[in-house]
Design a protein around this ligand. Structure first.
Ligand code: NAD
Ligand code: TDX
Length: 343
């Protein structure tokens, strides 16, 4: 049944904003409440044209705050929980407390409010393939595989998944978990590999490729991810986990993705700067079996080469969006992490 009211957390971030744009396009009548604290990664400009919509409301607030959350869950038919600290490098740089706090405790606060005030709603926990840890080729963990997270980020996401599933079993809530592979596309904060490399290439700045670039990520276009999430919300079964991924064939290494970016931007390969030691515990490969979501009728649409090309075009045409970010607090993390100025 189509929801009348949807509570989205983290809707000013990369994936949450894509989800809101898609939901709004599909159903102009649905009421959307976006709970977002606007950390460094949140940006209301990720929702152009939505802010003035009469059926959209942004609440600047913290998912860890019981009162705030209690005031919002009461009328939601769907609760879709994106809000998180999401950058692996920040979690390994001695700032892991914020990850445990937001990702684990924040998830608990939200679920506990649902349990008390809106037990009949559908709740979707947005998880990650990183919870399965470093996956040796050719393995493809399915939803029943053991969790083996490597970074404080992925460990905190695994904790959140466990809490969500425990609430489904203990309290009978209609909770589901999705676990998606790496996303790319428009409006991604330029600390993540693809937007960082694209924007640096566009400005002829060094491209910091870690540890030889042989690592594999199963890159999925963000719109494909959000289509899968809508399908899970519409057709998924309570208490279930759904892996989501492109299953790229052949698998693409970070170096190959970097070469695609260089080709699309016309930048020189001499910009590649090999860096070591910036990601302790660096996972070599992520991959997931996606039969379960495909059985629901989902398949990714975007081809990786066309997806990278159109993503590069978006960043080239929307300089204002990322130049504003790169002139702000971004610089502090960049300089501390990469040991050189961001521009
Ligand atoms: P993002 O960092 O771009 O956005 C996170 C959003 O959450 C921001 O708008 C931020 O302001 C908000 N937020 C952070 N802490 C909050 C708090 N305490 N209360 C309320 N709002 C808060 O993240 P993203 O890349 O869009 O990822 C969204 C979700 O998807 C995360 O849960 C992440 O773990 C998961 N995920 C991401 C990817 C990926 O490739 N980016 C892949 C799989 C899963
Ligand atoms: O400067 C860089 N150089 C580099 O070589 C950065 C930032 C990354 N990398 C490498 C590390 C990884 O092998 O690129 C790969 C991708 O790195 P990120 O973009 O930081 O993504 P990843 O660590 O794989 O995690 C992402 O996908 C899964 C998201 O940040 C997570 O939120 C999501 O759960």
């Amino acid at each position: 049944m189509a929801p009348r009211s949807v509570l989205v957390t983290g809707g000013c971030g990369f994936i949450g904003s894509c989800f809101i744009r898609m939901l709004r396009e599909r159903d102009p009548e649905v009421e959307i409440v976006n709970l977002d604290l606007l950390t460094y990664a949140g940006n209301p400009e990720n929702l152009p044209g939505i802010a003035d919509s009469p059926r959209y409301r942004w609440v600047r607030g913290d998912v860890r705050n019981e009162e705030t959350v209690e005031s919002l869950v009461g009328s939601a038919d769907w609760v879709v929980h994106f809000a998180a600290e999401s950058h692996v490098d920040r979690s390994t740089a001695g700032k892991a407390g914020a990850f445990v706090d937001t990702n684990v405790y924040g998830t608990f606060v939200l679920l506990d409010a649902v349990r008390r005030l809106r037990p009949e709603c559908r709740y979707l926990q947005i998880g990650t393939d990183e919870v399965y840890g470093d996956v040796a080729f050719p393995q493809m963990p399915d939803e029943g595989a053991m969790l083996d997270p490597s970074s404080p980020y992925s460990a905190s996401k695994a904790g959140a998944d466990h809490i969500a599933l425990a609430f489904a079993r203990t309290h009978g809530l209609d909770v589901m978990v999705s676990r998606c592979t790496n996303n790319y596309g428009a409006y991604q904060y330029p600390e993540k590999m693809i937007p960082l490399f694209v924007t640096n290439a566009l400005d002829s700045l060094p491209i910091p490729l870690y540890d030889g670039g042989g690592q594999v990520r199963d890159w999925l276009r963000v719109e494909d991810h959000c289509e899968a999430l809508l399908l899970i919300l519409e057709e998924g079964r309570p208490g279930e986990i759904y892996n989501v991924g492109a299953n790229q064939e052949p698998e693409r290494s970070n170096l190959e993705i970097t070469e695609m970016i260089l080709e699309c931007t016309g930048a020189s390969a001499s910009l590649i700067e090999h860096r070591h030691g910036l990601r302790p515990g660096h996972d070599q490969r992520y991959a997931v079996a996606t039969g379960k979501i495909r059985d629901l009728g989902w398949a990714p649409r975007a081809d990786i080469q066309e997806g990278i090309a159109s993503t590069v075009r978006w960043y080239a045409e929307n300089r204002g969006w990322w130049e504003t970010i790169k002139s702000g607090a971004y610089r502090e993390f960049y300089e501390a992490h990469y040991g050189r100025p961001a521009s």
